[in-house]
Design a protein around this ligand. Structure first.
Ligand code: SF4
Length: 417
């Protein structure tokens, strides 16, 4: 579609936004020759600065702090990755590269957190491809949540009565090895599909019961501001849409994206919620603290979502540290997800009992604000089902029997009328 073909949806006047939208454009292409503009993001932690001096000696602060530079210079092949990580234990480079699995993509910033650590360092495990991904186990499927069957129009999932999930792009600034949407992210012709957005926006417009729209993908914050603003303003103009939520991992893997310019634009579309995908407390660096501060200061309501991953964060102390750090930075922990059964993910999955133990290890020991819901997104599209430790022990006559976080028994008078 050429620019001339583009018509603003919903009869809106978008002249102030000056949208220049490509359709079906590969994001790599989109960012390839883009200008590195001066960034207002200035924070570089000492560890990251050391990494930059060693591996990107010609790179200026201005370049490093540009999110476009971060995307352009991301680690996307094993050869480049082996310059900073001991990849000798990965003996299937070629095979992994050619498989139809998620591609490799790690920003230089995120690589600076991994480079001096062993290959089994939790953050590395979450983003470095592994041959265990080639083992397909029982119950695993490409689209375990059956989202594709719940799309009334392309790239719009309508599972719950009052809310929809809009898959706005197939591109992410880093590919998580356990991604639920690995069936759609990083695939060609899934980027910036304006036609699909228009269809989705019109569907939402024609369904007055939709009051909550989640923009996800892929990662919406990898889109240029004008594209994102086009979406936000289009949705914001629909009277029955009460809130918009953005699902993103960008603040954790590319905090440089959270520029004052972006935040100023986002601030116009209140009430705006952001669900930030966080994995491990080591992600909360000075850069991330600054990114979260900017978002929270702009009045964006911040929540977190974390996937429970074996050998990465399946530990009470690690989860406690992560949840407390998030809360301290004004991010309310929202969900811990059981790892969805996508093909080749069994090495990441813990028993469900581990998730329950983790919640048990948090409840009562840290502020209730820091305790997320542990949920399984039911395979087949049943939605999120919470799992809780057994505090309720049954009834004895007019009393409810219960246990507290220390395992001590109590009863509560609750007469049967
Ligand atoms: S950022 Fe989200 S959509 Fe992208 S790969 Fe990670 S889990 Fe998947």
């Amino acid at each position: 579609m050429s620019q001339q073909d583009f018509e603003p949806p919903l009869g809106q006047d978008l002249s102030s936004i000056n949208v220049v939208l490509e359709t079906s454009t590969s994001s790599d292409e989109l960012f390839k020759d883009s200008e590195i503009k001066t960034s207002d993001f200035k924070v570089i932690s000492p560890e990251t600065a050391k990494f930059r001096e060693k591996y990107f000696p010609q790179t200026s602060n201005k370049q490093w702090n540009s999110w476009r530079w971060q995307i352009q210079n991301s680690y996307t092949n094993f050869k480049k990755l082996s310059e900073i990580l001991d990849t000798s234990s990965i003996d299937d480079f070629d095979f992994l590269s050619k498989s139809r699995k998620l591609p490799l993509r790690i920003t230089p910033y995120y690589a600076s957190l991994l480079h001096d650590k062993p290959i089994d360092y939790p953050l590395s495990k979450s983003v470095v491809p592994n041959k265990l991904e080639l083992i397909i186990s029982q119950g695993e499927e490409n689209d375990p949540l059956h989202e594709e069957s719940m799309c009334p129009v392309e790239n719009l999932v309508h599972r719950y009565p009052d809310r929809v999930l809009m898959l706005s792009t197939g591109f992410c600034s880093g590919y998580c090895r356990y991604c639920t949407r690995s069936h759609m992210v990083a695939k060609d012709k899934k980027h910036f599909a304006v036609k699909a957005w228009e269809t989705s926006i019109n569907y939402i417009k024609n369904n007055p019961n939709i009051r909550d729209v989640v923009i996800s993908g892929g990662d919406p914050l990898t889109m240029p501001e004008k594209h994102l603003e086009f979406l936000l303003s289009s949705l914001n103009a629909i009277p029955h849409v009460e809130i918009i939520r953005i699902g993103t991992k960008v603040p954790m893997v590319m905090p440089q994206r959270i520029t004052n310019t972006l935040v100023k634009m986002l601030k116009k579309y209140q009430p705006l919620y952001m669900s930030i995908h966080s994995t491990h407390p080591d992600e909360i660096t000075p850069e991330v603290v600054e990114a979260l501060r900017r978002l929270a200061d702009a009045g964006i309501v911040l929540g977190s979502q974390t996937v429970l991953l074996k050998g990465v964060n399946d530990n009470i102390e690690i989860m406690k540290e992560l949840m407390l750090k998030l809360l301290k930075n004004r991010v309310r922990p929202y969900y811990i997800y059981q790892c969805d059964p996508i093909p080749g993910s069994s090495h990441f999955r813990t028993p469900v009992s581990r998730g329950v133990e983790i919640i048990k290890g948090l409840r009562g020991y840290i502020s209730g604000y820091a305790i997320p819901h542990y949920v399984i997104d039911a395979p087949g599209g049943g939605g999120k089902i919470p799992f809780l430790p057994e505090y309720y022990q049954g009834r004895e006559g007019d009393y409810i029997m219960m246990k507290n976080f220390e395992g001590k028994s109590y009863k509560y008078y609750d007469p049967i009328k």
